[in-house]
Design a protein around this ligand. Structure first.
Ligand code: IPE
Ligand code: IPE
Ligand code: MG
Length: 255
């Protein structure tokens, strides 16, 4: 499990879970929110460095008002209920996304928990709320160009201008609910992440399934474009640079 440091989860399937039980969609959200604490606990127990949870996308604003407001209420309830445990477990908490439109009280609560945990050294727990991957990249680019007119951006610049730079690239993205798509989640940070799709709908997702997924993925080989993680004695980026230079100098001609 050691190589997986940052896990991101798309918590999907609440509505269908409820519909299958002939209940309104919001019932699925209520049951789904109860699962979140268990999964945070698991990430903490497994010594992950970061856990990023997708709770509400920029596109989810288009849902019926009743559903949107239920999701806001559940966020607030979760924060009130978990505040103490987050602090006790040395968890560093942050919400990423365009949260300006959330109710004032919720924003205050988010600010309070973020500042109370700003020196925590344990799990970096992130809630993506009113979050969109494209919006995050655009925000970074716009911030940069405003500060540095005319200058070209580097990957490092974009990394450092993400909402939460310290969590870095995603090692594993899990999506519950059976759909095989990324739905505008952490587009920049997932460039090389492992993807795992489970048919389990979010309200049925458990500590045990999470643990099993981590075990399975730990056995996958991540090659990052190279031929094998064991290949070569020199560092991948050094070899890439050497290959490029040789091609440019014409040392290597037609093959
Ligand atoms: C995920 O469950 C929660 C949010 C997107 C807020 P859904 O509400 O998307 O549930 P399904 O996908 O319709 O079953
Ligand atoms: C993705 O789920 C967003 C969250 C889980 C917060 P959606 O249900 O909104 O995604 P689509 O519409 O199936 O792509
Ligand atoms: Mg969905």
């Amino acid at each position: 499990m050691s190589k997986i440091k940052h896990v991101a989860i798309i918590m999907d399937g609440n509505g269908r879970w409820a519909n299958q039980r002939l209940r309104p969609r919001i019932w699925g959200h209520v049951r789904g929110s109860a699962v979140v604490s268990q999964i945070v606990q698991a990430a903490n127990d497994f010594d992950l460095k970061a856990l990023t949870l997708y709770a509400f996308s920029t596109e989810n604003w288009s849902r019926p008002l009743e559903e949107v407001s239920t999701l806001f209420k559940l966020l607030k309830k979760f924060l009130e209920k978990e505040k103490k445990r987050i602090i006790e477990n040395n968890i560093k908490f942050k919400v990423i996304g365009e949260i300006e439109n959330l109710p004032k009280q919720t924003i205050n609560l988010i600010n309070e928990i973020e500042s109370l945990t700003s020196n925590a050294t344990g799990l970096n727990l992130t809630f993506a709320f009113s979050y969109g991957g494209r919006a995050e990249i655009l925000r970074a680019v716009n911030n940069f160009t405003t500060q540095n007119p005319g200058k070209a951006l580097t990957e490092q610049d974009i990394n450092s201008l993400m909402y939460r730079p310290e969590t870095g690239d995603v090692d594993l993205m899990i999506r519950t609910g059976g759909e095989h798509r990324v739905s505008n989640f952490l587009l920049w940070q997932m460039a090389y992440s492992e993807l795992y799709f489970t048919p389990t709908k979010w309200p049925d997702f458990t500590y045990n399934e999470f643990e099993k997924i981590l075990e399975k993925v730990a056995n996958r080989e991540r090659r990052f474009g190279n031929v094998s993680s064991q290949s070569g004695l020199i560092d991948s980026s050094e070899r890439a640079e050497a290959n490029r230079t040789n091609f440019m100098k014409g040392t290597i001609t037609d093959v």
